[in-house]
Design a protein around this ligand. Structure first.
Ligand code: ADP
Length: 482
């Protein structure tokens, strides 16, 4: 082990084949010729230089997508034909799975065990929406009898997808699979921290265009573009607001926002505490932990023990529990939240520091006795920082769980079915996991309440409707027998 926790023997560098923009079926340099560096968060060193797309490149990508939508085969194919291509694509993903998974691990610091697990999940997402591609239809309406009226379900057009760095490949297919099944064409901008897996694609020319670049340039060019019909964004609340402003002041394109969260994980006193501790660590980056008074001290002890045994290191090592944070910005942001927690008077039980001098590793950190109005309780940290709070009654748990601007998700750990039912109906969040956490599957809709987003859920059959629009057709019936 070197001092950043990365052992040399595990330092696997996947072959990197694609570093350019993907426009109209070809890998091309950016028009400006500019590039940016993508960084390995294990070491802080450059992995490779990527072509940097700016407004002109977005214009070229949109022109290709527009042409493919307005005159190309993709929206005009039958659903079965589109499905065949999607299924083929799913196979290619599985064939290249190890390489794709390694790209996400090396760029985002995600555990290789998780990114590898994400490969069949991504392929299945394509298969799931492929199965829906030939079942998109409107309906015949009753109307007054004097008219024949029906609806058509049509693809919305050219979609701009803007995605973040947290789970790059899964996010890519969460967006691309339903929109491509719907018959849309698209321009996707991956996050500047994690462009590599998105460049590993392949469908008919112009249908899918990928332009890596930065938010204020390439991202903003998508949200303000006059020829894009819909922008589907996943990222922070602040950027979500900007995307919506830009959409409103350009061509009023449709907007879907999937934004941050600060989700409660609520542990009742009948819970299996080992399981509760496992779930707490599994979703550590995502929530505030609310714990019933009677088990608070015991759970606190278990969590600290677990933190001490928690292995932070090379995400390729199967023994590792936690890899590096995705980039320097994120690393600095998390450490500054930890300082806030200390200053605001929360009790630091364990952790609280970075590890080593190289790369972006942070100790699993647990704050106890946090207050509702502390920044570490209210803000999304997106790092290994757990915050524990005590409650006495179910009513108090509900109140605390809802005392957040966010409404992305919640977790409940209890063996009592009544408690589970009451909690799942009382919490204002888009998904409630009972005795599990962070379970995401193709047919389970995901998306927030309140400032965590709106405009249609990701995943599930609902997600298709983010990329479809309804048209009504009405024609008179002369000499109707009815
Ligand atoms: P995160 O905190 O998850 O990185 P961001 O909202 O900053 O969230 O980034 C999510 C995505 O939005 C990234 O692809 C980023 O490049 C892009 N982005 C950032 N700023 C803008 C902007 N002003 N307009 C459009 N996209 C942006």
């Amino acid at each position: 082990m070197v001092d950043n926790g990365v052992s040399d023997s595990l330092f696997k560098m996947p072959t990197i084949k694609f570093t350019k923009l993907f426009i109209n079926g070809h890998f091309v340099d950016s028009i400006s010729g500019k590039t940016f560096e993508t960084i390995d968060p294990r070491t802080g060193e450059v992995i490779v230089k990527i072509s940097e797309g700016t407004k002109e490149d977005i214009d070229a990508a949109v022109a290709a997508a527009r042409e493919a939508f307005d005159t190309g085969p993709w929206p005009r194919m039958t659903g079965v034909e589109r499905a065949k291509i999607m299924v083929k694509w799913a196979e290619l993903i599985e064939e290249n799975g190890e390489e794709l998974a390694a790209l996400d691990t090396i760029e985002a610091g995600l555990l290789y065990q998780l990114t590898k697990f994400g490969i069949p999940a991504a392929a299945d997402m394509l298969r799931y929406y492929a199965g829906a591609a030939d079942k998109i239809h409107g309906e015949v309406l009753k109307s007054s009898g004097q008219f024949h009226a029906y609806t058509l379900m049509e693809p919305i057009g050219v979609v701009g997808h803007i995605i973040p760095w947290n789970v790059p490949l899964m996010m890519f297919f969460t967006k691309v699979a339903p929109s491509i099944a719907a018959g849309c064409t698209m321009v996707l901008k991956p996050a500047e921290q994690t462009p590599l897996s998105a460049l590993f694609a392949g469908v008919p020319d112009g249908v899918l265009n990928v332009v890596p670049g930065f938010g204020p340039t390439a991202g903003a060019a998508i949200s303000s573009h006059m020829e894009i019909d819909k922008v589907s964004f996943t990222g922070s609340v602040e950027t979500g607001r900007e995307v919506m402003h830009a959409a409103a002041s350009s061509n009023l394109k449709a907007v879907s926002l999937e934004l941050g969260g600060k989700s409660p994980l609520i542990i009742f006193d009948d819970a299996d505490l080992d399981k509760a501790a496992d779930l707490a660590f599994f979703g550590m980056e995502k929530y505030v932990l609310l714990v019933l008074e009677g088990i608070y001290d015991e759970l606190e002890k278990k969590l600290v023990e677990k933190a001490k045994a928690w292995v932070v290191g090379d995400p390729f090592d199967p023994k590792t529990n936690q890899g590096p944070q995705a980039d320097k910005n994120q690393f600095d942001k998390i450490l500054s939240y930890i300082e806030h927690g200390k200053k605001e008077g929360a009790t630091l039980l364990t952790g609280g520091k970075s590890i080593g001098t190289k790369g972006y590793f942070i100790e699993p950190t647990i704050f106890s006795h946090v207050k509702e109005d502390m920044r570490i309780t209210q803000d999304e940290i997106f790092g290994p920082v757990m915050t524990l709070m005590k409650f006495k009654t179910i009513e108090e748990a509900i109140k605390r769980a809802n005392n957040t601007r966010y409404g992305l998700a919640a977790g409940i750990v209890t063996k009592n079915i009544d408690t589970a039912n009451t909690m799942s109906r009382s919490i204002r969040a888009g998904i409630v996991w009972i005795n599990c956490y962070l379970i995401l599957e193709s047919d389970i809709p995901f998306g927030g309440y309140k400032i965590s987003g709106f405009g249609g859920k990701d995943l599930g059959l609902n997600a298709l409707h983010k990329y479809l629009q309804l048209k009504s057709v009405v024609t008179p019936i002369y000499n109707s027998p009815w």
